[in-house]
Design a protein around this ligand. Structure first.
Ligand SMILES: Cc1cc2nc3c(=O)[nH]c(=O)nc-3n(C[C@H](O)[C@H](O)[C@H](O)COP(=O)(O)OP(=O)(O)OC[C@H]3O[C@@H](n4cnc5c(N)ncnc54)[C@H](O)[C@@H]3O)c2cc1C
Length: 506
């Protein structure tokens, strides 16, 4: 069954433009409330900002300094809600903040951490405490004390894919590699013009949701020929990935002399991810790349803290994205609000509404979707109430922990390595059985492409998760790309070329 609807007579309740976290979050929430939803993404799901984040579900300690109490309270509470919804792709993480007294006095940090511990509901995550570093610390000898607190780490791109699956399981039509060219109001409907490899087509919807991320304002101006209610500031943020800088599973939050903070986060067992930066970005959001200045900056901050000194030659990989922030006219890019604004527009009671999303965080996507539903409620008075706080995302159902699931996988597929079972458990959760099926040994999983990637997994990603090329598989559905050799990529590409590129519900 192909779920790529071409022009049809169906009138959807919502048409959502954009398959980043905000678009899929809204699509999932709306579908679960009984609305009929269409979502189009011009590239792959999560191919822009939503896969280029610091991969944290966090309250945002530093936002307290900018008095963003509403955002911090909401984000802090969301940590545990999302942890329960997706225990496979989200895990608690302890953060160590080395104390540098000339930047922020200890009393100020302790006050911030007190608020952080108490502003949002917290049951599973541990509170903060002081720490003292001994000789075996990975930090420079001059750093002797600091603080420790909790937040969570997430696989950002998989959070997007799982929400898209959730939306589809609730009835949404999701099409990738399909661009919205334009849309016009015709009486009570939006007529949406779309284009993909198969050609151009139209769909109709009673309301239009613009979740185009960095393209949100451009979409309103160029594709809808309307005036954008808010400006958008594109703020680039980049990361470097280096071989593991230190042992252990804790992250570090480093305070820099410019008063910005930079994280060093354990990444995929073998690496440390260091980021991020904040710089005004003017170009095409799809072309953003780390600059030499950002690379030098991240290395400098790391070297000012860790005994293990980095050079450019240590960098294994980099990534960059642009934050689509609602313009609050701040001079300092790192001070621009990270909160979201929803703009509802319609010029008369008879007109079909347009809801545009400005700003936001991965952490608050679910609350953003609930607010969007609230704004759309007057147009769909029969829609059901909120439901996303308690229902698990695909794979999060019936899951005790990723560790326990990895054991169960190895009990069935007896020759699966610990690394492979762990990766499967933390990527797919309980949906791993849809990949593994009855297989009891690795050889039953088909062709091996390298790094523990077998044909059965690739088939599942194409059939169920909208993957269609090696980039989708290696960088967004997994992070295997970091270790894949060129020849392995070529054999994967050759295999993918034989697959029909459509996704079915499963
Ligand atoms: C460096 C950095 C670090 C961050 N770290 C964190 C963090 O640790 N924690 C956190 O909570 N948040 C973090 N964020 C913020 C978070 O990543 C973003 O707020 C979020 O990903 C934005 O999602 P989005 O859906 O609005 O945009 P996007 O993910 O960019 O999605 C918009 C999508 O719309 C599509 N689109 C645009 N125009 C069209 C069209 N005409 N037709 C079809 N599709 C279209 C695009 O292709 C794109 O995929 C970070 C952001 C950055 C840049």
């Amino acid at each position: 069954m192909q779920t790529s609807p071409q022009s049809n007579d169906k009138i959807y309740d919502l048409a959502v433009i954009g398959g980043g976290i905000n678009g899929v979050g809204i699509a999932a929430d709306a579908s679960g409330r009984g609305l009929s939803v269409f979502l189009c993404e011009k590239d792959d799901l999560a191919s822009h900002t939503s896969s280029a984040s610091s991969k944290l579900i966090h309250g945002g300690l530093r936002y307290l300094e900018h008095k963003e109490f509403r955002l911090v309270r909401e984000a802090l509470a969301e940590r545990e809600v999302l942890l329960a919804k997706a225990p496979h792709i989200i895990r608690p993480m302890r953060f160590i903040m080395p104390h540098r007294p000339h930047l922020r006095p200890a009393w100020l940090i302790r006050t911030g951490l007190f608020f952080y511990d108490h502003l949002g509901k917290r049951e599973k995550l541990l509170g903060s405490n002081n720490v003292y570093f001994k000789e075996d610390s990975p930090l420079n000898a001059a750093i002797t004390r600091g603080f420790e607190y909790s937040d969570c780490a997430v696989d950002d791109a998989r959070l997007v894919v799982l929400n898209a699956m959730h939306a589809r399981e609730k009835g949404a039509d999701i099409v990738t590699r399909t661009r919205c060219l334009s849309a016009q109001r015709e009486g009570q409907y939006w007529v949406v013009d779309l284009e993909n490899e198969q050609g151009q087509f139209q769909i109709k919807a009673k309301a239009l949701v613009n979740a185009a991320g960095p393209w949100v304002a451009q979409f309103i101006k160029q594709d809808l020929q309307l005036k954008s209610p808010y400006g958008i500031r594109l703020i680039q943020g980049s990361h470097i990935i280096v071989p593991k800088l230190y042992e252990g599973d804790k992250a570090f939050i480093m305070q820099n002399d410019d008063r910005r903070i930079v994280f060093a986060i354990p990444y995929l067992d073998q690496y440390t991810m260091i980021g991020t930066t904040d710089r005004e970005y003017q170009g095409d959001p799809a072309q953003v790349k780390i600059t030499q200045e950002e690379t030098d900056y991240l290395i400098k901050v790391s070297n000012a803290h860790f005994k293990n000194q980095l050079t450019q030659a240590d960098i294994v990989s980099t990534f960059a994205g642009v934050r689509p922030l609602c313009d609050d006219e701040s001079d300092n890019p790192s001070a621009i609000t990270r909160d979201y604004t929803l703009a509802l527009s319609k010029e008369s009671a008879e007109q079909a509404p347009l809801l545009s999303v400005f700003g936001g965080k991965l952490t608050t996507y679910r609350k953003l979707a609930e607010s969007a539903m609230q704004q759309l409620k007057p147009f769909f008075p029969d829609m059901k109430g909120s439901w996303t706080a308690t229902e698990a995302l695909p794979g999060g159902e019936n899951m005790e922990s990723a560790e326990q699931l990895a054991k169960e996988i190895r009990a069935q597929v007896t020759d699966a390595s610990e690394t492979l079972a762990k990766r499967w458990a933390s990527a797919y959760g309980s949906r791993i059985w849809n990949i593994v099926g009855e297989a009891t040994s690795i050889e039953q999983l088909g062709q091996h492409f390298g790094q523990g990637l077998y044909a059965k997994e690739v088939d599942y990603l194409c059939a169920v998760e909208w993957a269609s090329n090696s980039q989708d598989v290696l960088w967004r559905r997994s992070k295997l790309g970091l270790n894949f050799a060129q020849s392995e990529i070529e054999s994967l590409d050759a295999y993918l070329a034989t697959k029909p590129h459509h996704t079915v519900a499963a």
